[in-house]
Design a protein around this ligand. Structure first.
Ligand SMILES: NC(=O)c1ccc[n+]([C@@H]2O[C@H](COP(=O)([O-])OP(=O)(O)OC[C@H]3O[C@@H](n4cnc5c(N)ncnc54)[C@H](OP(=O)(O)O)[C@@H]3O)[C@@H](O)[C@H]2O)c1
Length: 295
């Protein structure tokens, strides 16, 4: 472990990305103040966090809930940065293949079809409201509004506000819950047909690379604005081929239309490097799922 790099606050420490990021921050020499939702009956087992190497000395856990914004004050107090990872995340309202295909229509920019979306592309909230399954509205719309609000707040108050936009985050996990994004990434293996629509041409990134990107941006001088963070964009048919090569028992051949990918050129342009590809994402995810009995 490296020396003390100061204290950061991380919201949502019980989640897939949050818990992995805590582990990485501790390894890199940070002290971490993380938030979890209140547990009045003290039933929640947080040993997956408190038993991490260095946690006894460098991890403090606070109660906070997004429904009560002031509840985060104590955790933020004295921190040199806030990594805001908590969000109510739900992929319940799965889009049909047709709906997702139709959403490709939003990716017409200046009259030209895009192969790759860079940071200038924003979710079209009107399109989401009018065309997509209402169950997905709260997540998609809240993420868009939150991101805009964070960046505007940074500009107004002279803060270095950075947003990280990962693709589908895949890989091993230390949180007790089966992460939604890992489950979706394995839809072809699990046979969850209703989730195939998500995978038509999906940008993906390993959870450790997402954690490293957060720390890289935290340490990069004078950085501001949006950063996409995806190492691989893969179409449904290629994903199917890749998984059949590795896990032949798992799935049938799948075909699907190609939608635009996500470009991480901006992040790579300031020197970030991805350490993992699809092999590491799926080997880590499948091994964890087998160990936990999900596969
Ligand atoms: N995973 C992906 O593929 C992906 C891709 C792009 C962006 N992201 C973003 O990355 C972040 C983390 O995602 P994840 O996959 O790690 O999700 P996750 O595993 O569901 O974790 C979400 C975290 O937010 C907390 N949370 C939920 N509602 C809350 C509330 N009302 N108040 C306080 N905390 C609350 C959860 O706490 P509990 O444990 O108490 O529920 C959990 O710690 C989210 O902002 C998500 O939008 C994720």
């Amino acid at each position: 472990m490296e020396g003390d790099k100061g204290t950061v606050c991380l919201t949502g420490g019980t989640g897939f990305i949050g818990s992995w990021l805590i582990n990485r921050l501790l390894q890199e020499g940070y002290s971490v103040r993380t938030t979890v939702r209140a547990d009045p009956e003290n039933k929640r087992d947080l040993t997956f966090l408190t038993s991490l190497p260095g946690a006894a000395e460098k991890l403090k856990i606070f109660s906070a809930d997004l429904n009560d914004p002031n509840s985060f004050d104590a955790a933020i107090e004295g921190s040199k940065a806030v990594l805001h990872v908590a969000t109510p995340l739900s992929f319940d309202g799965k889009e049909s293949l047709e709906a997702v295909t139709e959403s490709a229509n939003t990716v017409i920019y200046n009259g030209q079809e895009m192969d790759m979306m860079d940071e200038s592309f924003w979710t079209d909230v009107d399109f989401v409201t009018q065309k997509l399954n209402p169950k997905t509205h709260p997540y998609l719309i809240s993420k868009t509004f939150t991101e805009r609000a964070v960046l505007e707040f940074g500009t107004q108050h002279g803060l270095d506000a950075v947003t990280v936009n990962p693709g589908l985050v895949v890989g091993p996990f230390i949180c007790p819950r089966f992460p939604d994004s890992v489950r979706s990434s394995l839809a072809l293996v699990l046979g969850n047909r209703s989730e195939y629509g998500f995978l038509l041409n999906i940008p993906m990134v390993h959870v450790d690379d997402v954690a490293r990107a957060h720390i890289f941006l935290l340490e990069y001088p004078d950085v501001k604005g949006r950063y996409n963070c995806s190492s691989n964009t893969i179409s449904l048919d290629k994903l199917s081929e890749f998984l059949r090569g590795k896990y032949p028992e798992s799935l049938a051949e799948m075909k699907g239309p190609k939608l635009p990918g996500v470009s991480s050129k901006k992040l790579l342009g300031i020197g970030f490097e991805f350490n993992n590809g699809l092999e590491e994402m799926f080997d880590g995810a499948i091994q964890c799922c087998k160990e936990r009995g999900y596969l």
